[in-house]
Design a protein. Structure first.
Length: 145
């Protein structure tokens, strides 16, 4: 076996547009979506991102964006990891008396599954998870349709 050394994606920003198109095309087929274009602002932002997870992280970001897209064009807004942290909505405030984290997690998983008609891939994307992680939680909480 011959080892091949490939620099990290952050050092190969010229590869980002090609990889984006490749992943969009693949996810269009897999999820029966019709994303035809990725806006220039999104490509620019994707190229500026440091991609600590390399190509796998880019792939996951494109998968989430395609899954959740409503139209046929992705913009920078479709990639929450590109927004500054202070722009991201937190949406959750810890009550003064505290909370039951397990119950909150279960409730969010149930809401995501119901919102997506129990499509595990789409529910996982809504929660920022992958399919294995949502399946783990379905088993953990003994959820069924």
């Amino acid at each position: 076996m011959l080892p091949v050394r490939l620099p990290p994606l952050r050092d190969r920003t010229e590869d980002v547009p090609v990889l984006v198109r490749f992943f969009v095309d693949g996810f269009n087929r897999e999820f029966r979506k019709h994303v035809q274009d990725v806006a220039a602002d999104a490509i620019d932002a994707l190229q500026r991102h440091t991609w600590p997870g390399n190509v796998r992280e880019l792939r996951n970001a494109i998968e989430r964006a395609v899954l959740l897209s409503e139209g046929n064009r992705l913009t920078a807004r479709d990639f929450p990891m590109l927004r500054p942290r202070d722009e991201l909505p937190t949406g959750v405030t810890l009550p003064p008396a505290g909370t039951n984290l397990e119950a909150t997690e279960r409730d969010l998983v149930v809401q995501a599954l119901e919102r997506t008609g129990w499509n595990q891939t789409r529910a996982a994307a809504l929660l920022g998870l992958n399919r294995d992680q949502i399946r783990y939680r379905i088993e953990k909480f003994a959820l069924s349709r």
